[in-house]
Design a protein around this ligand. Sequence first.
Ligand SMILES: Nc1nc2c([nH]c(=O)n2[C@H]2C[C@H](O)[C@@H](COP(=O)(O)OP(=O)(O)OP(=O)(O)O)O2)c(=O)[nH]1
Ligand SMILES: [Mg+2]
Length: 134
Amino acid sequence: MRIVLVVACALIDPDGRILIARRPEGKNLAGLWEFPGGKIEPGERPEQSLIRELAEELDISVKEACLAPLTFASYAYEDFHLLMPLYVCRRWEGTPRSREGQALKWVRAGKLRDYPMPPADEPLIPHLIGLVGA
Ligand SMILES: Nc1nc2c([nH]c(=O)n2[C@H]2C[C@H](O)[C@@H](COP(=O)(O)OP(=O)(O)OP(=O)(O)O)O2)c(=O)[nH]1
Ligand SMILES: [Mg+2]
């Protein structure tokens, strides 16, 4: 089974809400809500990949010291095994805006279940509720 390493981030605003993004039509898992992030490219450290993805997708600038590891997802999709560290970040520069056509939404951790997410993400929700409350 091919292991695909993806890094993702829960941005948390001062109200304790979390940013999720809707996967575009045409991609796998289209229409599901995910944490911003993406695949690690050759030669990158995970934190570098995440900083790059957050700039590409959301137009924000994040310092490595502002990324804290929370937990990870490990999930067997049909054609690959996803291993996805989830970081949290409460400090960034700029205002997140969608640069790749994804719908964005700030939601309370206790409301994440109202937004269909990839199956890999579901076990992450209790960790976020534990961190910021429902
Ligand atoms: N960014 C992100 N990806 C997730 C989450 N949950 C989950 O199963 N994934 C999966 C979906 C994709 O298969 C992969 C993310 O990689 P990606 O967003 O860079 O890649 P992609 O397949 O959308 O696009 P591409 O680069 O292959 O064109 O991880 C999540 O919460 N955030
Ligand atoms: Mg992505």
